[in-house]
Design a binder for this molecule. Structure first.
Ligand code: GLU
Length: 309
C-alpha cells in the first residue's frame, strides 16, 4: 500500500501536529531555538519520482545527527568497513546521544557506535581531504549525489552557534584523542563537525536521500549508484538499531523503519525497496526525537503498512 494523495497526507499531519505542544525545540545550540516548534512537515519520495509533501512543506531544517548516516557512508567508502569498525563499535548504548560515560567505562575508549556523538566525531575525523574545506566539500558533494540537488549547503549561523557552544563534544574529542581514536586537531574537527551538522535542506530533499538508502544506494532519479549496496545496508542497520537515540527499540516496534533523527527535529526514514520519508517538527521529546514527527511516522506506518517486521 502506498500514499495516494497529498490530502491523505495532510490529514495525518493535522492529526499529529498537536503533539508538538508536549515538547520543545533544542536549546543547547542557541540558533536552533529560532524555529516555530509547532510547524510540522513531511515528504514522501518514491523510486519512480512520484512525491508528496504536506504540512509546512517549504521549511528548511539543518541535518544535525541525520548527517551522521551520511558521514558514516562516506567514511566506509573512504577507509573500508574494517578500518572504520576497528575504531568505532557497532552496538546500541541505551545512553543519551551526547553521553561521555561509556567512553570511560569501556576499554579502550572505543565509542560504541557511529550514531552517538562520540562515534560520529570519530567517523568525521576519518573523512579524507587535505583541508577542512576539502573534507566539507566532499561531504556536500556526496549529499548533492544523494539529493540530486547541487545547491544544498550549510547554514553558517547554526554552524557557528554550535561551534561556540559545543563544550561537551570537545570533551568527547579530547577523551578520544587521549586514547588515539582521534588524531587530529580538536578545533578543526569541531569546525568540520559543526558545519556538517548544519547542512540545510527541506523535507523533500530529506525524503530523496532516504529513498537512495531505501533503494540500496541507487539514486533512481539520476540513475547513479551513489554508494555500494553493502554500505547502504550497514547504514540502514545502524538506523534501525541506534538511529532514534535511546528510543530506537520502541521506534522499531511502533514504526519499524530504518530512520535517523536529529536535534533540529528532522527525521530521515528509508522504507526498504519502497520510498524515502523526510519529516520536520522542531519540538522534541526528552530523548531528542521530534514528538509530532514520531507520532506522524507511527500513523503512516500503520496506515501504509510500512513496518519491516
Ligand atoms: N550537532 C548536534 C550535536 O552534536 C547533533 C546532535 C543530534 O542531532 O543528536 O550536539
Amino acid at each position: 500500500m502506498q500514499c495516494q494523495s497529498q490530502p491523505e497526507l495532510e490529514q495525518l499531519v493535522a492529526e499529529a501536529r498537536g503533539y508538538a505542544r508536549l515538547g520543545k525545540a533544542a536549546d543547547y545550540i542557541p540558533a536552533l531555538q529560532k524555529v516555530d516548534p509547532e510547524l510540522l512537515s513531511v515528504s514522501l519520495f518514491y523510486p519512480d519520482g512520484c512525491h508528496f509533501t504536506a504540512g509546512d512543506g517549504n521549511q528548511k531544517l539543518t541535518l544535525q545527527s541525520i548527517s551522521k548516516v551520511i558521514t558514516l557512508a562516506l567514511a566506509i567508502m573512504d577507509r573500508g568497513a574494517e578500518y572504520v569498525f576497528e575504531r568505532v563499535g557497532q552496538e546500541p548504548t541505551g545512553d543519551p546521544f551526547n553521553s561521555i560515560a561509556k567512553l570511560e567505562t569501556i576499554n579502550p575508549s572505543k565509542p560504541l557506535n557511529p550514531m552517538i556523538n562520540a562515534g560520529a566525531l570519530a567517523i568525521t575525523s576519518m573523512i579524507k581531504g587535505n583541508s577542512i574545506k576539502e573534507r566539507l566539500d566532499r561531504i556536500l558533494d556526496f549529499i548533492h549525489d544523494l539529493t540530486g540537488n547541487s545547491a544544498v549547503s550549510y547554514n553558517a549561523e547554526v554552524a557557528s552557534s554550535e561551534f561556540e557552544t559545543s563544550h561537551l563534544n570537545r570533551a568527547l574529542c579530547y577523551f578520544m584523542k587521549q586514547s588515539k581514536v582521534i588524531n587530529e586537531d580538536v578545533e578543526e574537527l569541531m569546525e568540520l563537525y559543526s558545519k556538517q551538522c548544519s547542512i540545510e535542506m527541506d523535507c523533500l530533499a530529506l525524503a530523496e536521500m532516504g529513498c537512495v538508502f531505501a533503494m540500496d544506494g541507487f539514486n533512481t532519479e539520476t540513475e547513479k549508484q551513489v554508494m555500494p549496496r553493502d554500505v547502504a545496508r550497514i547504514c540502514k542497520t545502524f538506523m534501525i538499531t541506534c538511529g532514534m537515540y535511546n528510543a530506537s527499540g520502541e521506534f522499531a516496534i511502533n514504526v519499524g523503519i530504518p530512520a535517523k533523527s536529529g536535534v533540529s527535529g528532522g527525521i530521515m526514514a528509508a522504507v526498504p525497496g519502497k520510498c524515502g520519508i523526510g519529516v520536520f517538527g522542531a519540538a522534541l521529546d526528552e530523548k531528542g526525537n521530534s514528538l509530532a514527527g514520531l507520532k506522524l511516522l507511527e500513523m503512516m506506518s500503520r496506515k501504509y503498512s510500512l513496518s519491516m517486521f
